[in-house]
Design a binder for this molecule. Structure first.
Ligand code: SAH
Length: 464
C-alpha cells in the first residue's frame, strides 16, 4: 500500500487550488462538499468558479499563486493543466511544506483524491494507486447502485443516537443493536419519515436492553493449511463475528486479516517445539475471555481436531460451563496430498491412511512400525522433520523397502510451497540438503504424480 487512506478533517482547514478551467472545476465540485475554507488562484476563471465565488462558497484571487498564499494551508491542488504552471505550484508547495496534488500526475503528487461514494456521513473512498482508474469507477458505480440513497440519513440519525446506545454493554450487545438498526429497523421505518425512525430506534434500544446479557462462547475453528481460500465459509463468518481471536503461530496473516477490525487478536504463540505459552496458559486465556462474555474464536492451523490439543481446551471450557462448537478445517495432510497430485487412499494400494505425529513416535510399538513398513502404506507424518532419521531407521529395521517414496511438502497451499521428493533411503540426507524452514508434512509412501502436470505453477520443486 503505497498510498495510505485517511479522512482529513476539513473543518476550518484551508485548502488552496491553482487553476481556473475544467480540471479546477472538477476538483472544486468535490471540495465544495467539504467544510474547508477554499482559496482559488486563477488570473482567468470559468463562469462556474465566478458563480461559486459570488455565492461565497470559495474565495477567488484573480492572480497566480504565491508562496505566502500557502501559509497555514492543509492541501494544495495544482490544477492549471499546464506543466510549467503546475511545476511552479509544486515548487511553492515544497517550500511551504504543504501536501500537493497535481491533477493527473500521480507520480509527482503527495496525495491523490480517491473515487468517492458519498452518503454523508458515510463516505467510501476507492483507490487503485493509479493502476486501474476504470476499475475504481466500476466499483464506485456498483456501490452507488447497491447502497440506498437514504443511508446517509440513517447514519445521521444513528450518530445522534450514539450517546443513548451507550447504555448497552460494549461489544457484542451494542453491535447487535446497531446491526439491527442498519439492516432492519432503520430501513423499514424510514419510509414513514425521520420522526418514525427516531421512535423506532428508541423502541429497539428498549428491546435490546431487556435482553439477557450474552453468554460467552468458544468456537474452535480450523484455519486450513494457509491459503485463505481454503478457509471454510463458516470459519470465515465466525472470524468476522468474533470479539476475541486466539490464534496459533501457524495461522497465516492473510487469514487473520479476515477478523473484524475491532476484534481483540491474541497470539497463543505456540510452536511445534518450545512453546512460548504453555497449554495451561492458553486454556486459562480461553476461559477468561469467554467467561467475560466474549465470543471467542480459537483459531488453529489446519483442522482443530488433528494434533492440535483440542481436547485439553474443550475440557477447560467444560470445567467452566462454557459452551463451545467446532468448525473443521482442511488438514495439512489433505493440502499436501493435493500438492502432490495424489490421493491419500487408493483402490488396490492402501485401504487406510494414517495421520501420525513425529513428535512422540518414540513411543510407537513394534507392531505399529511393522504395519507402517508394509509396501503400499501411506502415512501423513506431522511434525516429522526432526524425527526423520529415527523414523527411517525404524522403518528400514522393520523391513520397509529403501526405495519407498517419501515426499515432504513445506508450506502446503501457500505461494512458497515446496515439494521435496525423495526415498526412505535418502530421507535424512535429502532433508538436510533442502534445509526446509517452514512447516512441513512428510508423506510416507507417496511420490508427486508426474510432477510437471500435477504441481501448481508457482511452488518450487526439489528432487533429491
Ligand atoms: N492441526 C494442524 C496440524 C498441527 S501440527 C493440521 O490439521 O494441519 C503442526 C504440523 O502440521 C507441522 O509441524 C506440519 O507438519 C504440519 N503442517 C501444518 N501446516 C502445514 C502446511 N501448510 N504445510 C505443511 N505442513 C503443515
Amino acid at each position: 500500500m503505497q498510498h495510505y487512506p485517511v479522512f482529513l478533517n476539513t473543518r476550518a482547514a484551508r485548502i488552496v487550488l491553482s487553476g481556473g478551467a475544467d480540471a479546477a472545476i472538477a476538483k472544486l465540485r468535490l471540495l465544495l462538499k467539504t467544510e474547508a475554507d477554499l482559496a482559488v488562484f486563477a488570473p482567468e476563471a470559468a463562469p462556474e468558479i465566478l458563480a461559486w465565488a459570488e455565492a461565497g462558497a470559495l474565495t477567488l484571487h484573480r492572480r497566480a499563486l504565491r508562496l505566502d498564499d500557502l501559509a497555514g494551508a492543509a492541501l494544495v491542488y495544482a490544477a492549471d493543466e499546464d506543466a510549467a504552471q503546475d511545476s511552479a505550484t509544486a515548487a511553492l508547495a515544497e517550500r511551504a511544506k504543504v501536501l500537493l496534488n497535481i491533477v493527473d500526475n500521480l507520480e509527482a503528487s503527495d496525495f491523490i483524491t480517491p473515487a468517492i461514494v458519498d452518503r454523508d456521513p458515510v463516505t467510501i473512498a476507492i483507490g487503485t494507486e493509479g493502476a486501474a482508474p476504470v476499475l475504481a469507477r466500476q466499483i464506485k458505480a456498483d456501490l452507488e447502485a447497491r447502497l440506498p440513497a437514504a443511508l446517509g440519513l440513517l447514519a445521521r440519525i444513528g450518530k445522534a443516537f450514539r450517546p443513548a446506545a451507550e447504555s448497552l454493554p460494549v461489544g457484542r450487545a451494542r453491535r447487535a443493536f446497531w446491526s439491527d438498526y442498519y439492516t432492519k429497523t432503520g430501513p423499514a421505518s424510514l419510509s414513514a419519515g425521520e420522526t418514525a425512525t427516531k421512535a423506532a430506534l428508541k423502541a429497539l434500544l428498549a428491546q435490546h436492553r431487556a435482553q439477557a446479557p450474552s453468554e460467552g462462547h468458544v468456537i474452535f475453528a480450523g484455519a486450513g493449511p494457509g491459503d485463505p481460500e481454503l478457509l471454510t465459509l463458516k470459519a470465515r463468518r465466525a472470524l468476522h463475528e468474533a470479539d476475541v481471536v486466539i490464534y496459533d503461530r501457524l495461522v497465516s496473516p492473510a487469514i487473520l486479516e479476515l477478523a473484524r477490525r475491532e476484534a481483540l487478536m491474541l497470539s497463543a504463540g505456540k510452536e511445534g517445539f518450545g512453546a512460548s505459552m504453555t497449554q495451561a496458559d492458553i486454556n486459562a486465556l480461553i476461559v477468561a475471555q469467554a467467561g467475560a462474555g466474549a465470543q471467542v474464536v480459537r483459531l488453529k492451523g489446519g483442522d482443530p481436531a488433528v494434533f492440535a490439543r483440542l481436547d485439553e481446551e474443550i475440557e477447560a471450557c467444560e470445567a467452566h460451563n462454557i459452551a463451545f462448537s467446532i468448525i473443521p478445517g482442511i488438514t495439512a495432510a489433505s493440502a499436501s496430498a493435493a500438492a502432490l497430485g495424489q490421493s491419500l487412499t487408493k483402490r488396490g494400494r492402501n485401504t487406510e491412511a494414517r495421520l501420525v505425529t513425529g513428535h512422540d513416535m518414540q513411543g510407537y510399538a513394534d507392531h505399529d512400525w511393522k504395519s507402517l513398513a508394509r509396501p503400499g502404506e501411506v502415512a501423513a507424518i506431522y511434525m516429522g522433520k526432526r524425527a526423520a532419521r529415527y523414523i527411517q531407521g525404524r522403518l528400514l529395521m522393520h523391513g520397509a523397502a529403501p526405495n519407498t517414496p517419501v515426499s515432504l511438502v513445506e508450506n502446503a497451499s501457500l505461494p512458497n510451497q515446496r515439494i521435496l521428493a525423495t526415498t526412505l533411503a535418502e530421507l535424512p540426507a535429502a532433508l538436510e540438503a533442502a534445509a526446509l524452514s517452514g512447516p512441513a508434512l512428510t508423506l510416507l509412501g507417496l511420490a508427486p504424480r508426474n510432477t510437471a502436470a500435477a504441481a501448481p505453477a508457482r511452488p518450487q520443486e526439489i528432487a533429491l
